[in-house]
Design a binder for this molecule. Structure first.
Ligand code: ADP
Ligand code: ASP
Ligand code: MG
Length: 598
């Protein structure tokens, strides 16, 4: 019999009526002939409430105790949900993470799932029960309760769907599905019918809080179709399918996202030599500081500029960690800005279309918004801007890419055409899945690749004001030159520096077309034809913060200097001199040998 996993988020179980409504949905699915596993979050804002209660008593509570406390929220809702099912005449059994056997590592408040036993769930299902599983929690090897990080019930649900070989994982929430951007921020946001795993991974990690990004990693790794939909009593509309299929191909951009709680730290005048990046980021990692956007640009006179963002709450600690490292390295000054926000656009089509960056920068310039830093990956562009402009910026890009208008054509990625989202079945047999399930959330590196086709063009000493990036990329796009990696960081004395990689054959043309423009502004253009881009692609690349560092360590160990860096949820790109390409590639292969998918 086919299994369906239905997950209900906090607002969808906020009161007794909503709990009963959720129970009815599960019973209906059971009557339709499915075995049903429900995954339930804490009621309403219960988790927030428990967090503030803890903070009143101890501003830095032991994380083990915090998990002990937070897990109670889900325990309340599973019990009530089971009672609701019984009240409606069906059978149900509620289970905590520990009772299911969701084994995690011991990193309290952000634990990773290692394995899940399915025996008990299967027995209960075979006996005709609806199984009601507590989301967000597990136990470690000492039977201590752990939690998976805020929003982690999504991850419980998709992980259970994966181990059970479920037909689908339905995520019931308080909006109709995944929108082109947060519908609570922008009235123009449009619900997407479908979105690909990679796009959703980027969107989730760039601020689209509708899904926990690690749940999408599971979806991708184990091929679980995820259906995000509204839990409302009167809505039965199809929501959004997250799968191998994206929504559009006639347009480059699928969605936009915003994160507000970021602070930027810039280290100027870092000696441009091997090991520097590693020294900085490994110290931050030792202190458990999660670094988000990393932007490193090639500098003038053998000096580079490294900018990165951390959560504003981690800013003081980060500055304390970074300052001694900087003086040790003989780098220049450390500056920071705690009033920044990050706006990103995401789309699979971006990888193959020219002029996307240019349109984004132009839209921002037209709204009078200055860009402080830029980083790109094959399928996203993120910019850092002043926080008080965040909503305007989101509006401007949403409008520019006409995200409010439904796509006219739909296309299948990586397969034949014509399969509708609703009919995608889980093509991986349960046996395959089970054999891959040990250490479920381990990092998987899909590939390490090397691109020798690109050259780098750098513009620096340009005054940092709105519209520079727009003008530069407008000129590049007008010539139909495909800019691949773009990095902008703020430099010294309010000067911006932008580097872009373009096909080697286009490098002279790019320099020529930028030279007039840039010298008029008082800046200069330089080019380096002999570069190589090395890319590590995989699942969990961003949420396993160690990946970039492992890369930096390997390159530093091989004595190779990193010229440019940018990161995304699914890949980390670095630029090295072409003469080092072979060694660098080797070093990365070795560094990731244990996690590289064969
Ligand atoms: P749940 O409690 O059901 O897990 P969440 O609050 O975690 O619900 O997620 C749903 C919320 O995510 C929505 O209310 C919406 O404001 C927010 N959100 C952010 N970005 C998006 C997006 N791109 N599409 C849909 N919702 C989004
Ligand atoms: N209750 C947890 C939280 O609020 C987990 C979840 O809702 O997904 O973060
Ligand atoms: Mg959620």
């Amino acid at each position: 019999m086919s299994i369906i996993v239905q997950k209900f988020g906090g607002t969808s179980v906020a009161d007794s009526e909503k709990i009963l409504a959720a129970a009815r949905k599960a019973i209906r699915a059971q009557k339709d002939g499915h075995q049903v596993v429900m995954v339930v979050s804490a009621m309403g804002k219960n988790t927030d409430m428990l967090m503030s209660l803890a903070a009143e008593i101890n501003p830095t509570p032991p994380e083990r105790e915090l998990d002990m406390l937070l897990s109670t929220g889900e325990q309340v809702s599973v019990a009530l949900m089971a009672m609701a099912v019984h009240a409606l005449g069906a059978n149900a059994v509620s289970l905590t993470g520990g009772q299911i056997g969701i084994r995690t590592d011991s990193s309290h408040t952000r634990a990773r799932i290692q394995s899940i036993s399915t025996e008990r769930i299967r027995c209960l299902l075979d006996d005709g029960n609806i199984v009601i599983a507590a989301g967000f929690q597990g136990i470690d090897e000492n039977f201590d309760i752990t939690t998976l990080g805020r929003g982690g019930s999504d991850t419980t649900a998709v992980a259970l769907a994966a181990v059970l070989g479920a037909e689908a994982c339905e995520i019931y929430t308080d909006v109709d599905g995944v929108f082109t951007t947060d519908p609570r921020m922008l009235a123009d946001a449009r619900k997407m019918d479908q979105v690909s795993h990679d796009e959703m991974l980027e969107l989730a990690s760039l601020g689209a809080g509708v899904m926990h990004s690690r749940s999408i990693e599971f979806g991708k790794k184990f091929n679980v179709p995820i259906h995000v939909r509204n839990s409302g009593v009167f809505t039965d509309d199809p929501g959004t399918m997250i799968g191998s299929v994206g929504e559009r191909m006639d347009r480059a951009v699928s969605g936009a996202a915003l994160t507000r709680q970021e602070s930027r730290i810039t280290i100027g005048d870092v000696p441009d030599q091997p090991g520097m990046t590693h020294a900085i980021f490994s110290r931050l990692a030792e202190e458990n500081i999660t670094v988000d956007m990393i932007v490193q640009n090639i500098g003038a006179e053998g000096r580079a500029n490294v900018s990165f963002t951390v959560l504003t709450g981690d800013l003081d600690k980060s500055l304390r960690v970074v300052k001694p490292v900087v003086s040790q390295l003989g780098a220049g000054k450390v500056s920071h800005d705690q009033q920044v926000a990050k706006v990103s656009i995401v789309g699979l089509g971006m990888a193959t279309q020219t002029g996307v960056a240019d349109r984004m920068f132009r839209a921002l310039a037209a709204a009078g918004i200055n860009i402080e830093a830029i980083t790109t990956s094959q399928i996203k562009i993120s910019v850092l801007i002043a926080r008080d402009q965040a909503l305007n910026a989101l509006k401007a890009v949403h409008q520019e890419f006409e995200l409010d208008i439904a796509p006219s054509a739909r296309m299948q990625f990586g397969g034949g055409e014509g399969e509708s989202a609703a009919t995608i079945k889980n093509p991986v047999s349960p046996i395959d899945v089970v054999s891959r399930l040990q250490h479920m959330e381990d990092l998987t590196i899909e590939s390490i690749s090397r691109d020798d086709s690109q050259a780098r063009v750098t513009i620096d000493q340009v005054p940092d004001h709105p519209g520079i990036a727009a003008q530069v990329f407008e000129a590049i796009a007008a010539e139909e030159i495909l800019a691949d990696m773009i990095v902008q960081s703020v430099g010294e004395e309010e000067c911006a520096s932008v580097s872009v990689t373009v096909p080697r054959a286009d490098v002279q043309r790019t320099v020529a077309l930028l030279e007039d423009l840039i010298t008029q502004m008082g800046g200069r253009v330089t080019a380096e034809g002999e570069i190589t881009i090395l890319t590590v692609t995989g699942i969990g690349v961003r949420s396993h913060t160690g990946v970039a560092i492992r890369m930096f360590r390997a390159l530093s160990g091989a004595g190779i200097n990193i010229e440019m860096i940018n990161t995304s949820e699914v890949r980390v790109n670095v630029v090295v001199a072409a003469e080092n390409a072979e060694n660098a590639y080797e070093a990365l292969q070795q560094a990731f040998a244990d996690v590289l998918e064969s």
